[in-house]
Design a protein around this ligand. Structure first.
Ligand code: UD1
Ligand code: CA
Length: 452
């Protein structure tokens, strides 16, 4: 929308995180905090979005790419100083500017819209989003006059005893008349406990010069949680997880225990799929309808069809089609394609392999760099010997082949259509179609040996 702008503050180091990773890049449900904020802001179709970067500027830019413009704040002199750095994009423009913090990952587009709505309806010069915190420690406090107007915001470190008792907090999200904002920023001083230029001081300056200041009090504190340390990070993770799980449940997914189900923002799940506890689904993953996932499974960057069962297993960067049964205790490694009706049983590892429909690898096998046809039966303990210490080689097993238990298939090698490999074989040469191959030493029985 024209004449509406956003500034996202993300230049701070985040000392309280005690981390070598810059604060706003810490992930919540797999996505960096600042990206959660930007993704919500993007839904509002604003004219310009500027992110203020400083600490970790390159990494933040790399993460957000073209989702935002960037202004650099070389020295972190405070949130007012940070906003001032966006002059190159915003100064002199008529319109409304929304300011948000990159460390409030739960804020939603709906709440920001409501804030803009109130700001424009009341024709305020500034509108602050406030919330009631059970424990307001660390937040700026909203100080109202006798008529309930917001007169100023006092930072925790600058607050007196009375002010510390206030539970209404500054969420760090605001709307401003853009021209008034840039005029007022120059009046902000840094004579406070932290020696910083505080953006919330703009509110007091405007109030004292009789400009209209509004406040929009959300009743949803969770959404405004500011993450300054790892304790808050774990709370944000929980709130975000609950939000994501609720979305899926509303869409028809059964989640047996939402407290123990971890689904990232980017994941899609079809209806009537049941997710059992201890399951982590992340990255660009899509799961079809009527599946059963978990317990204790991890699926990342994978596509799963309909009616597929994945129990106690790990699936990474792979595709599994309809009605397959995976696990318990299977490991599907990257670049695997598992067609419909396939069974991959316990203690089977599949890597960079295609397994055709109706095939079975039921127990204790390693299938790597293989192309397996349809309706193949791979017996217990079969190994595709794909690596010679230098290079990986292909094993081809054609349709309807039967591989006996405990076979080694030394790649490169091909097992033809409808052929059988006898149990215990070490296959080093191709097996033609329709044949039986036995590649093991003959059994010798020494009669009466133990009578001696
Ligand atoms: C800030 C608010 C506080 C509010 C809280 C809500 C100020 C002075 N205080 O406190 O009233 O209750 O957020 O979560 O604004 N940043 C910069 N440049 C700077 C300083 C900060 O870009 O020079 C960025 C940080 O990266 C962060 C955001 O601004 O994303 C807020 O800074 P932070 O230091 O976390 O402020 P709080 O103490 O949480
Ligand atoms: Ca903060």
């Amino acid at each position: 929308m024209e004449n509406r702008f956003a500034v996202v503050l993300a230049a701070g180091q985040g000392t309280r995180m005690k981390s070598s990773l810059y604060k706003v890049l810490h992930p919540v449900c797999e996505k960096p905090m600042v990206e959660h904020v930007i993704d919500q802001v993007q839904k509002l179709n604003l004219e310009i979005i500027v992110t203020v970067v400083g600490h970790g500027a390159d990494q933040v830019k790399q993460q957000l790419k073209n989702k935002s413009q960037f202004s650099l704040q070389n020295e972190q002199l405070g949130t007012a100083h940070a906003v001032m750095q966006t002059s190159e994009f915003l100064k002199g423009k008529k319109g409304t500017t929304i300011v948000l913090c990159g460390d409030t990952p739960l804020i939603t587009a709906e709440t920001i819209s409501q804030l803009i709505g109130l700001h424009e309806k009341t024709k305020a010069k500034a509108t602050v989003l406030t919330a009631i915190a059970k424990d307001p420690t660390g937040y700026g406090r909203i100080i109202r006059d006798n008529e309930g107007n917001v007169g100023k915001i006092v930072e925790h470190k600058d607050a007196n005893e009375e002010e510390l008792k206030v539970s209404e907090i500054n969420t760090g999200t605001y709307c401003f008349d853009n021209e008034v904002l840039f005029d007022t920023l120059t009046k902000v001083k840094n004579d406070n406990a932290q020696g910083e230029y505080y953006l919330p001081d703009v509110i007091e300056i405007l109030f004292k010069s009789n400009e209209k200041v509004s406040a929009f009090a959300t009743n949803n504190f969770e959404e405004t949680l500011g993450v300054n340390d790892r304790v808050a990070l774990s709370q944000a993770e929980k709130y975000m997880k609950d939000r994501i799980n609720r979305k899926h449940m509303k869409n028809g997914v059964t989640i047996i225990d939402p407290n123990q189900t971890y689904i990232s923002d980017s994941v899609e799940v079809g209806k009537d799929t049941v997710i059992y506890p201890g399951t982590i689904i992340k990255g660009q993953t899509s799961i079809g309808e009527g599946c059963q996932v978990g317990p204790n499974s991890e699926i990342a960057n994978s596509t799963i069809g309909n009616g597929t069962v994945i129990k106690q297993s790990v699936v990474h960067e792979s595709e599994i089609k309809d009605q397959a049964v995976i696990g318990p205790f299977a490991h599907i490694r990257p670049s695997s394609f598992i067609d419909k009706n396939v069974k991959i049983g316990n203690f089977v590892e599949v890597k960079k392999s295609d397994i055709g429909s109706d095939s079975k690898v039921s127990h204790l096998s390693y299938i790597g760099d293989a192309e397996v046809g349809t309706n193949v039966n791979i017996g217990c303990g079969t190994i595709t010997v794909n690596y010679d210490g230098k290079a990986k080689h292909l094993t081809k097993i054609e349709d309807d082949a039967f591989i006996g238990c405990n076979s080694n298939l030394i790649a490169p090698v091909k097992i033809g259509n409808k052929s059988t490999v006898a149990a215990g074989s070490t296959i080093t040469e191709d097996v033609p179609a329709n044949s039986l191959s036995i590649a093991r030493s003959r059994q010798m029985n020494k009669l009466d040996y133990n009578k001696k």
